[in-house]
Design a protein around this ligand. Structure first.
Ligand SMILES: C[S@@+](CC[C@H](N)C(=O)[O-])C[C@H]1O[C@@H](n2cnc3c(N)ncnc32)[C@H](O)[C@@H]1O
Length: 372
């Protein structure tokens, strides 16, 4: 019933920090994302071709992409429209020639005057980003919208634009880019070109195109005992993560703000932290949410199949409570693997949880459970 020592070594190794590379993995670094190596290794070892993998907190679609690349069926849920947006862009093949043609057209259009009837930034965004970059962002958004009727292509370039805004919003952008040439255009062109080159590696057609559903996982559209494997990472208690906002920091004017540009570009209302991270609620509401999600996992999982949960805690009490929820829904805990986290942003997006002042325990935990 429990894992043998080879398996424990194998999984512990999968959970070690390693920078993602290859395929469309680096399209966007969704906050608190898995490193691809972990879902890839688990899916390979514990499922077979054509089997159904489920991630109820799919985030940036890491598990969905890995399932696609090794021919598994996949279903993911998330309440954040941006998560579903990123997941779809990362897993939908578009002919790179068509993308390159579009990019060339954008480049030409950028040199022309453009009448804009939208503004995707608020006044504070503009103060932080500066007039030039702000008007370039609005222009790029306008060009993307005017020059393509195809929403799949538009979404591809909108993601490149969102990623570019994130890059120019970083603290060190001013230092890295010479003041007189500060512009988002080279970043957007470079990012788009890199994404187009990575698109080549996605399967053109797949029997197993992953499906991502926008909605809460408390009631999912899956039959009882229908899932072959679950890999997921739920929100962490008392930890609010910027799942839907871009941090913009301007050292020169000593300002930092969170931009709603993502929601504006997607045309959705921003969700509150209360909904995305289960924070701001009483502790009991966090546990109610967690309970409903875990219970649904149990319902859909086939007998004798694995569910993997990666989670971090602030207190031992919370760790004990999570473990007891898993046990109460009758998932058998085969193993709990402590995961040492990297403080190096380059190696692990997860380090966003574990700066020195976050109050998190020094390790996260990977719960390996089985429905018996
Ligand atoms: C830790 S992140 C998952 C990251 C993901 N493993 C990845 O690799 O990108 C947790 C996710 O849970 C989502 N979420 C929170 N409450 C939810 C709910 N009730 N149903 C579905 N998703 C939810 C958040 O929007 C967030 O994207």
């Amino acid at each position: 019933m429990n894992l043998n020592s080879d398996e424990i070594v194998y999984i512990t190794d999968l959970a070690k920090p390693e920078r993602d590379k290859g395929y469309t993995r680096t399209f966007y670094s969704y906050p608190a994302k898995f490193q691809a190596k972990l879902p890839r290794g688990l899916i390979k070892r514990y499922s077979s071709e054509g089997e159904l993998i489920f991630d109820p907190f799919v985030g940036g679609g890491t598990t969905g992409l890995e399932a696609l690349l090794i021919n598994r069926r996949f279903l993911g849920y998330d309440i954040n429209p941006f998560a579903i947006f990123v997941s779809n862009v990362k897993t939908t093949y578009i002919d790179p020639l068509i993308l390159n043609e579009n990019l060339k057209r954008f480049n030409l259009a950028f040199k022309e005057e453009l009448k804009l009837n939208h503004d995707i930034l608020d006044i504070d965004d503009k103060i932080c980003l500066g007039e030039k970059i702000s008007s370039e962002i609005n222009k790029l958004y306008g060009i993307i919208h005017q020059s393509s009727d195809n929403s799949v292509i538009r979404h591809f370039f909108e993601l490149a634009l969102i990623h570019s805004i994130k890059i120019v919003g970083r603290r060190d952008f001013e230092l890295r880019s010479r003041i007189e040439s500060q512009s988002i255009k080279p970043t957007f062109l470079r990012k788009s070109t890199k994404m187009i080159n990575e698109m080549i590696f996605l399967p053109k057609e797949s029997l197993y195109q992953p499906k991502f559903i926008l909605g809460s996982n408390h009631k999912v559209e899956l039959k009882d005992n229908s899932v072959d494997m679950i890999i997921t990472s739920p929100p962490y208690k008392d930890k609010d993560i910027e799942y839907q906002q871009i941090q913009i920091q301007r050292r020169s004017i000593n300002r930092s703000k969170r931009s709603h540009a993502i929601s504006t570009i997607l045309g959705v209302n921003p969700l509150s932290k209360k909904d995305l991270c289960w924070t701001g609620r009483s502790g009991e509401e966090y546990w109610n949410n967690s309970w409903k999600s875990l219970k649904e996992c149990y319902r859909v999982l086939k007998k004798n199949k694995f569910a993997f949960f990666w989670i971090g805690f602030k207190t031992l009490e919370d760790k004990t409570r999570f473990k007891s929820q898993i046990k109460t829904i009758k998932l058998h805990i085969c193993e709990t693997i402590p995961v040492t986290l990297s403080h190096d942003r380059a190696a692990s997006g997860r380090s966003t949880h574990h700066g020195k002042k976050t109050g998190m325990m020094s390790k996260d935990y990977l719960y390996i459970t089985k429905k018996t």
